[in-house]
Design a protein around this ligand. Structure first.
Ligand code: C2E
Ligand code: CA
Ligand code: CA
Ligand code: CA
Length: 277
């Protein structure tokens, strides 16, 4: 068996070790990390053009003992290849429900968005599990938005619609993440009980300078308006980008210009200081 030291040397080394071995190492490390409570939730505000904070997105990080704070791109894709992602997804949802029950924000009208991986959503007991957690912790489902991606919908549209409908009936909202980057079709959009589209940051960032991205953003805004969907624009960093969006639609901003992702406790402390918005 590998010693811990060896595992750390090969960890994330892309050139020397076989990729399969590396994945295995990261998977083992992640299992340990979950038990050792090394995962963290950061929150990034979602701010309406009028300045009101309407919610936040939960973004996971891994506070690694020797490597520091690792972004989700370094471990979520590997977790998504096994049931590890279910464990992580359930952990995030539980933490967010516990947070929503806390006095600092218990009565504030904001929603928290949680990213749901396809494999997690496909679990046969996904709906029941969520209902149980909300009920046990005593959280209003209307405080929760689930972010799904276009790829999840392709193979099993009717099953996805069934689950979404059941959760929507409770008050949970659904957001289509990274909209425009996958195999989206307008036909899906019509059949899915969605409340929100998220414009991916690549489009938002280039829209002021690239006519193609500008056209795409305008199209997304038009579609959203026709289908009565909220729009969250991801990744706005400049006033120019924000102005571009605000001139063309009713947009909620989630980007560094409006706020960085911060640790959950920091976010709660800020919220308390500011009072009710
Ligand atoms: P995403 O869902 O598209 O999340 C938005 C990403 O954009 C986040 O990266 C966020 O920090 C980043 N971002 C927001 N505003 C700006 C900006 O103004 N400029 C730039 N450059 N970036 C901005 P992050 O936190 O690294 O997350 C990356 C991806 O990891 C997420 O993309 C999501 O797909 C996944 N992820 C994060 N947390 C979770 C989780 O709890 N569960 C699952 N399944 N996936 C997660
Ligand atoms: Ca997201
Ligand atoms: Ca995403
Ligand atoms: Ca994105």
């Amino acid at each position: 068996a590998k010693t811990k030291g060896t595992a750390q040397i090969t960890f994330f080394d892309e050139s020397l070790e076989a990729i399969a071995r590396q994945r295995f190492d990261i998977e083992q490390e992640l299992r340990r990390a979950i038990k050792a409570d090394e995962l963290r939730i950061y929150l990034q505000p979602q701010v309406h053009a009028n300045g009101l904070t309407v919610g936040a997105e939960a973004l996971i990080r891994w506070q690694h003992p020797s490597r520091g704070l690792l972004p989700p791109g370094t471990f979520i894709p590997i977790a998504e290849e096994s049931d590890l992602i279910v464990e992580i997804g359930e952990w995030v949802l539980t933490k967010i429900c516990q947070m929503l029950a806390r006095s600092e924000i218990a009565c504030c009208p904001i929603r928290i968005s949680v990213n749901i991986s396809p494999r997690h959503f496909r679990q046969p007991n996904f709906v029941e599990w969520i209902k149980q957690v909300l009920c046990n912790i005593g959280v209003d489902p209307a405080r929760l938005t689930l972010e799904i991606t276009e790829g999840m919908v392709i193979d099993n549209l009717s099953e996805v619609v069934t689950k979404m409908t059941e959760l929507t009936a409770l008050g949970i909202h659904f957001s289509m993440d990274d909209f425009g980057t996958g195999y989206s079709s307008l036909a899906y959009l019509k059949r899915l009980p969605l409340h929100e589209l998220k414009i991916d940051k690549t489009f938002v960032q280039d829209a002021p300078s690239d006519p193609n991205d500008a056209a795409l953003v305008e199209t997304i805004l038009a579609v959203a308006s026709h289908l009565h969907l909220k729009v969250v624009a991801e990744g706005g960093e400049t006033h120019e980008q924000a102005d571009f969006l605000n001139a063309r639609g009713d947009v909620i901003h989630q980007g560094y210009l409006y706020g960085l992702p911060v640790p959950m406790q920091t976010w709660l402390d800020d919220w308390k200081l500011r009072g009710l918005n």
